[in-house]
Design a protein around this ligand. Structure first.
Ligand SMILES: *Cc1c(COP(=O)(O)O)cnc(C)c1O
Length: 386
């Protein structure tokens, strides 16, 4: 079956008793046992819960993995995955990483002896340079955010297999609708489902998908032991959002491409970072391994003094953190999503004073262009009058 069909039908055939097309929200935390040694498959809801189980099966199927795990947030999903490692282990991680993941590694996991090196993972010479005897895994975001750096997942995961390393991919930006890392050789996929999968800026959730029996059992053990699981109402909300993922992604992509082209020709803009544009450095990799682009791109304004008036003057587009929802959001990574990354690291990779990131929603493109047009005009007039 095609992904559009799997998505639209999530949970619609699971409720046998009444035939309910929308799977019910089961709040029960305890489940009655018929007799000693017998179980309905449910005992206590931290371990397994009916509504969550439907969601977990759906994401495992969508990502072509063997097991899915729904967690209380994207960060909780990452923490559960990091807990599979031990004191003294080392990870190699994408440069230009999501700020919260960087913070979890550097300020929390490091205290438990898990260390990380940050490099452009697509450059295997760089990866080899930082690889240690204790290196256990690669953690990849592709494209990265905000700079949209690309990693060739097939190339890098086959290198990882050769060296005995696990490949973990944070697939938040493209979702399984556009990119399926396990098909390309990854072992674990992680999501902040708060973003595109939920899609409406109204549910905080994380997902993990594993490939193989041993990894699936290990993550199931950690998911239950740590307990940062997703509640039934949020599981239902997330499935409800995912049913329209295909339609939303197609509109996000079309709007982002049109807006990137508009901004690319605007005199106040210096550079656009969007993998959907042929002049992007990772365009070929993106074409090869993904079937579409997200609604996220970054742009660099010519003068940092444009930033404040733009953020003040946008009316339809919200100045807000997060991404992947139906409403367009404009973010200033330097002070928001990437504030926890040290100044020197940010400057080195280009997350600087002039960089803005937009998560393009599903509004009409004419209204989005008009909003940025008027905000840029205000900014230009203010700078000229100085
Ligand atoms: C938002 C985000 C996270 C963290 O997820 P939460 O749901 O906010 O905890 C992790 N990775 C990426 C790429 C993200 O965008």
């Amino acid at each position: 079956m095609k992904l559009e069909t799997v998505l639209a039908q999530i949970g619609s055939m699971e409720e046998k008793q009444t035939g309910a097309v929308s799977y019910p929200v089961y709040y029960a935390t305890a489940f009655r046992h018929p007799e000693l040694g017998k179980s309905t498959g449910f005992d206590y809801s931290r371990t397994k819960s009916p509504t969550r189980a439907v969601l977990e099966d759906a994401i495992a199927k969508l990502e072509c993995g063997d097991a899915g795990f729904a967690c209380s947030s994207g960060m909780a999903a990452l923490q559960i995955v990091f807990s599979a490692f031990s004191q003294g282990d080392h990870l190699i991680v994408s440069l230009d990483l999501y700020g919260g993941t960087y913070r979890l590694l550097e300020q929390v996991m490091s205290r438990f002896g898990l260390t990380a090196s940050y490099v452009d993972i697509n450059n295997l010479d760089e990866v080899e340079r930082v690889r240690q005897a204790s290196t256990k895994a690669l953690l990849i975001e592709t494209p990265t955010n905000p700079l949209m750096m690309m990693t060739d997942l097939e190339k890098v995961s086959s290198y990882a297999k050769e060296k005995g390393l696990l490949t973990i991919v944070d697939n938040t930006l493209l979702t399984p609708f556009y990119q399926r890392p396990i098909e390309l050789g990854a072992d674990i996929v992680v999501h902040s489902a708060t973003k595109y999968l939920g899609g409406h800026n109204d549910v905080l959730a994380g997902l993990i998908v594993t490939k193989g029996k041993q990894l699936s059992e290990q993550i199931a053990f950690l998911h239950n032991s740590i307990g940062a699981v997703l509640g039934p109402q949020d599981s239902w909300l997330l499935m409800r959002g995912m049913k329209t993922l295909a339609l939303r992604m197609e509109r996000h992509q079309a709007n982002a491409l049109a807006l990137a082209e508009y901004l690319g020709s605007h005199e106040a803009i210096e550079k656009i970072y969007y993998p959907g544009l042929p002049d992007h450095q990772g365009y070929d990799i993106q074409q090869k391994q993904a079937s579409g682009n997200s609604g996220i791109f970054s742009f660099r304004v010519k003068d940092e003094r444009y930033v404040a008036p733009i953020l003040r003057s946008i009316q339809l587009i919200a100045f807000a953190e997060s991404l992947g929802g139906v409403e367009s959001l404009l973010t200033y990574p330097r002070v928001q999503t990437h504030a926890d990354i040290p100044y020197e690291v940010r400057q080195q990779i280009g997350v600087d004073e002039k960089l803005l990131r937009i998560s393009v929603g599903i509004e009409h493109i004419d209204d989005l262009i008009a909003d940025l047009e008027q905000a840029l005009a205000v900014a230009q007039a203010e700078i000229e009058s100085l």
